[in-house]
Design a protein. Structure first.
Length: 352
């Protein structure tokens, strides 16, 4: 009996049960239910459509100009605020003449390609000796099937994290220019993706500072160009971005995960034990505490890993993986559909 009760067999059993549960959920909600796949794609599609008509896609609640379009093409009433970048709006405006149904067909092939690239790149980094099918099941169905659920919601993050997977592989191969290029392109989709450039700081030390400085200047100039040439649109984008840190956003969509989320919720949880009420959510205190904690973690890790070179040579991949995980933990915001690369990294750590 002991021969069958092993760590590997328990993992297989857990994955099997999780797979059945996730597929049953998909069947119930999407096959016989009323939900439609790629619903989040409608947000960017409508933003591009509104922009191509000469209007700004940025707005808040009743003033959200994409709300009507989203309701028409996807039957949704969830147009809270459009918070994606101006370059992404311009990109999706190229597809404004497409029917949304046709765009979803194109998106289906996009996510297949992105999934293949993420699978290929993360397997090289975190599971080189693992069976392909087994690793694919790990990606799709571990952690409650987050990877699978992220694919079917149609969020644009899949493209961003495909680029980041290429950047990580480039950094591991010491191809710094490629690493920076992929990070910069990903940052045009979501600004906080630029935070991943800090992985190279931990991994390479202060020798990366010059590259980091020039990269920061370049991405700032790209965003600042929108301020110069279309100030009104840029300010509307900036105001929409600020809604992410509003109480209304927090109580509607949650605070995500990671260090920021802990800072926004932990004080309230602790004080509740003493019958002291303190509302959860964004605050100056949580922001300052996040800046302090993340700075200590990142600077301390850089000192130990890069300057002191602990673990550097004998355990290069472990050092690299911890660098990625620590930067991810300190990200300004992490949503559940942004865990594409975290899952294989955690799988690698768990198998040590």
């Amino acid at each position: 009996m002991k021969k069958f009760i092993t760590k590997e067999n328990l993992l297989y059993l857990t994955l099997f049960l999780t797979s059945i549960n996730v597929l049953a959920w998909f069947y119930k909600k999407y096959i016989i239910g009323s939900r439609d796949v790629f619903w989040d794609l409608a947000v960017n599609y409508c933003a591009g459509k509104v922009y191509s008509s000469g209007y700004s896609p940025y707005g808040f609640l009743a003033n959200n100009p994409i709300a009507k379009c989203i309701n028409e093409v996807a039957g949704l009433n969830e147009a809270f605020a459009y918070v994606y970048t101006i370059p992404l709006v311009k990109f999706f405006s190229l597809f404004s003449f497409f029917n949304f149904t046709d765009l979803k067909k194109i998106w289906f092939f996009v996510i297949i390609i992105c999934t293949l690239f993420i699978f290929k790149n993360t397997k090289k980094l975190f599971a080189e000796k693992k069976n392909n099918f087994f690793f694919l099941i790990i990606l799709f169905f571990s952690s409650g099937g987050i990877f699978f659920q992220s694919l079917i919601n149609g969020n644009i993050s899949i493209i961003g994290f495909t680029l980041i997977s290429f950047s990580l592989l480039s950094l591991y191969k010491n191809e710094i220019k490629k690493f920076v290029l992929f990070i910069l392109i990903a940052s045009l989709i979501k600004p906080h993706f630029f935070f991943y450039i800090l992985i190279a700081f931990i991994y390479k030390g202060m020798g990366f500072f010059k590259t980091f400085f020039y990269s920061s200047i370049l991405i700032s100039l790209i965003y600042f160009s929108d301020f110069i040439f279309n100030k009104e649109l840029f300010l509307e984008f900036f105001n929409s971005m600020k809604t992410i840190k509003s109480d209304l956003w927090f109580f509607s969509f949650g605070g995500g995960i990671g260090l920021v989320s802990i800072n926004e919720q932990l004080p309230s949880r602790i004080l509740s034990f003493f019958d002291i009420y303190m509302p959860s959510g964004p605050s100056i205190f949580s922001l300052l505490f996040w800046i302090f904690c993340s700075s200590i973690i990142l600077m301390g890790t850089t000192y130990l890993f890069s300057i002191k070179k602990y673990w550097r040579l004998p355990k290069k991949k472990l050092f690299f993986t911890y660098s990625f995980l620590l930067v991810t933990m300190c990200m300004p915001r992490i949503s559940f559909y942004e865990l594409y690369l975290l899952i294989p990294a955690m799988f690698y750590i768990s198998n040590l």
